[in-house]
Design a protein around this ligand. Structure first.
Ligand code: 3H9
Length: 708
């Protein structure tokens, strides 16, 4: 038997234990080991029933995701054929009880459903999360799940990919019994109870498959929902098709239909991109010069300076994680306003059923409003979220230096300012770091952690870990203007504006990028964030602009007219009282007039050019950032864009997208833009080199990782 699977006995009950840490994935060797164990159990007259359990912290978290890349690259020709194994388990002459703790996900749940019974601890979760990897269940999950849980629950679980808890799984019939206390002992006792009785095979249980008329509205609703919530993704639709096949075909034919859809998804660009994202989200937490055992500073209490939109959102993140927050403002009215907004946000979540009233009350009781720095000496971390201006930030940090205890982390939520200069206002720059939250801070998953030149390893490691505690994806970035996200966003939005100034309509540019998969078009995004933000920054940095370099002209003029976007009722669009965007012919006229005055020729622009101009501007700037070392890896840039800027997950992030198109093609297009539009489009040297070598950003990451 393989090292990964062990067979032992508790008198007449055989126990199969999978030991493939950390998550007992079904890597090569595991299915073979289970298969051998089943053969032995079948032929051992002393065995009356069997229990299959995961060693360590979980049952089986699914197929080994690393194998998928090997299959699509042609390095694994055998594939991951679990289906025969699952049939073999189901056909075993002794009942097999699956004992679940931790997670039974993907192939793990498919394995569990091939057992005759399933028991679980109350904390266990089960799910078919394959769509989050751009694939669908590929080992009869779409065929067995509706037979256990019914069509409606199965289609939802397979299409949205979200797991469910053990108690719900029990109600649905996925799990037969909850075990309080020791899982193995409970499972063995259960196995003894059912030994010798007829063992139900999931594949033969057709009672819950419903009727064509009854199912039709379920599938129609699922498709519509997936169209809305997983716009542009092929896997959810394929998952729904596969569950529908279960209701119309025999089990065997249903499995064939599922296989076909699974393979189509697996070989798609979408799945490759989403698997890249899965590993990328884990990769970003690894910092080459900061070892895993770097001491972490315990953060048991925090303070937030500034109760505005950002400060309020940041406060909610901390108290949601159970960390009490001292929330400071300069005057009573601002503090009251900030607190009222926090309460309103919580109340909305309670109304929508996301939180209970009790949860809301508990969280709010963790917030201590204050108008002074008096109690700051006791907190482990401070996050400054005051107005964006260097003088003010330095003043705050000088004060924090005076009042905070030694070793407290002093973080700034600046989105553009130089963290080293902020740190220079203190006597302890090693404790200073940037924690750049994205608006709305209680919702957006991204946290850019900005490393100052003196930020200590402990402070960085603590912030990286803290990001997980408060439910964020922390990405470590360097201290350049705009850091990673906003530095790239500049050229992206610049191109969107240029396109409008060259004759494209505002709506056409936004539609092109929305259809590409962005959560929102670039001009609508500007209106949402407030056009005045960029306008103020541009005014501050005007002296750094290269003479003769083309600058967007319309947005600043819209700001001069007081059109700041949604908050003033107009910007690129007009807004009705529900903040719904309405195209504004006045903007079209104004921009045409300004463009004529500036001598900008007007022309027809294809949506393909709109996408290339905007997205390749991201890629080119991303390549510079990477080469200059402000991002550790290309994948870090991808994770920033996916979690902070609404980049479509199924395209893997801007750098991965460029790899998918082919860097040579991207580079050639950028060279064309360079000829047409001048030096703002000068290709990044790294992009040029990789394109000429026929390489990719991904290979560049891997090469550097191998070098260490
Ligand atoms: C599937 O099953 C298809 C089937 O239908 C069959 C088709 C034929 N494979 O997340 P963590 C690694 S598709 C390989 O940090 P946590 C992970 O990269 C699969 N590796 O821990 C990390 O490595 P490292 C369906 C995996 O406690 C380490 O394990 N299943 C896999 O926060 C720890 O992971 C899924 O999609 C895997 N399946 O969360 C489940 N899973 O330390 C995917 C994890 O080197 N997994 N790793 O960075 C998860 O959702 C989470 O890992 C889990 C644990 C909730 C299980």
């Amino acid at each position: 038997m393989s090292d990964l699977v062990h067979l032992t006995k508790d008198n007449d009950i055989a126990i199969i234990t999978i030991n493939n840490p950390p998550v007992n994935a079904l890597s090569p060797g595991v299915p073979e080991g289970i298969s051998q164990a089943i053969e032995q159990i079948d032929s051992d007259p002393a065995v009356k029933a069997a229990v299959l359990i995961g060693g360590g912290r979980t049952f089986v978290a699914g197929a080994d995701i690393k194998e998928f890349g090997k299959i699509t690259r042609g390095e694994n020709k055998r594939g991951v054929a679990f289906l025969p194994l699952l049939l073999r388990i189901e056909d075993c002459s002794k009942p097999v009880v699956m004992a679940i703790h931790g997670t039974a996900f993907g192939g793990g749940l498919e394995l569990a459903m091939a057992g005759h019974y399933r028991v679980a601890v109350p904390s266990a979760q089960v799910g078919q999360p394959e769509v989050k990897l751009g694939i669908i269940p590929g080992a009869a999950g779409t065929q067995r799940l509706p037979r256990l849980a019914g069509v409606e629950a199965a289609v939802q679980m397979c299409a949205d990919g979200n797991p469910i808890k053990a108690d719900k799984a029990l109600k649905l019939g996925i799990i037969d019994k909850l075990i309080e206390g020791d899982l193995l002992a409970g499972a063995v006792a259960f196995a003894r109870e059912i030994a010798g009785k007829p063992a139900p095979k999931t594949r033969e249980r057709n009672q819950k498959l419903g009727t064509a008329e009854g199912n039709a509205p379920i599938f129609a609703a699922a498709r519509e929902n997936a169209n809305k919530k997983q716009r542009g993704m092929m896997a959810p639709q394929a998952a729904i098709d596969a569950v529908e096949a279960a209701t119309k075909l025999s089990f065997e034919e249903g499995c064939e239909a599922e296989q076909k859809l699974f393979v189509e998804c697996l070989f798609s660009d979408q799945s490759k991109a989403m698997i890249h994202v899965f590993f990328g989200e884990r990769e970003v937490s690894k910092i080459p010069d900061i070892p895993k055992d770097t001491p972490i500073i315990p953060v048991k209490s925090a303070a937030v300076v500034g109760a505005g939109t950002m400060g309020g959102g940041i406060t909610m993140n901390f108290v949601n994680a159970g960390i009490p927050v001292l929330l400071k403002e300069t005057d009573r009215a601002a503090l009251d306003r900030g607190l009222a907004t926090i309460k309103k946000n919580y109340a909305n979540s309670v109304k929508r059923g996301r939180f209970t009233q009790e949860f809301m009350d508990q969280r709010i009781s963790l917030i201590r409003p204050t108008l002074s720095y008096d109690d700051f000496g006791g907190v482990d971390m401070v996050i400054e979220a005051v107005f964006e201006g260097m003088a003010l930030k330095k003043e705050v940090f000088g004060e924090l230096d005076r009042v905070c205890k030694a070793g407290a982390i002093l973080a700034s939520n600046t989105s553009t300012l130089n963290i080293d200069e902020i740190a220079s206002a203190t006597s302890r720059p090693e404790s200073v770091i940037g924690t750049h939250f994205f608006s709305p801070a209680n919702v957006m998953r991204l946290l850019e952690i900005v490393r100052g030149k003196a930020s200590s390893k402990e402070v960085i490691a603590t912030c990286m870990q803290l990001s997980k505690t408060i439910g964020k994806v922390g990405v470590l970035v360097g201290n350049c203007r705009g850091f990673v996200g906003n530095r790239m966003f500049g050229p992206y939005r610049r191109e969107a504006q240029f396109l409008v100034e060259e004759g494209a309509s505002v709506e056409a540019v936004d539609k092109a990028l929305y259809d590409f998969g962005m959560a929102m078009g670039p001009l609508a995004t500007g209106d949402l964030a407030g056009l005045d933000v960029g306008w103020r920054i541009r005014k501050e940095y005007r002296h750094l602009e290269k003479p003769g370099e083309r600058q967007p002209l319309a947005e600043d003029q819209l700001c001069e007219m007081g059109r700041y976007g949604q908050k003033t009722g107009s910007g690129w669009y007009k807004y009705d009282e529900n903040r719904r965007a309405v195209p504004d012919p006045e903007v079209a006229e104004l921009v045409a007039k300004w463009a004529a005055e500036a001598g900008i020729a007007q022309r027809q622009i294809s949506s393909e050019e709109m996408v290339d101009r905007c997205i390749y501007a991201l890629v080119n700037e991303g390549a510079r950032i990477l080469e200059e070392g402000y991002a550790l890896r290309a994948v870090d840039i991808d994770i920033v864009y996916l979690n902070g800027y609404g980049f479509p997950v199924y395209r893997g992030g801007p750098m991965w997208y460029a790899d998918t198109i082919g860097l040579k093609k991207v580079y050639d297009r950028i060279k064309k833009f360079h000829q047409q539009h001048g030096d703002i489009w000068a290709p990044a040297p790294l992009l040029e080199r990789l394109a000429n070598e026929g390489s990719t950003f991904d290979a560049y990451d891997k090469e550097r990782l191998a070098k260490g």
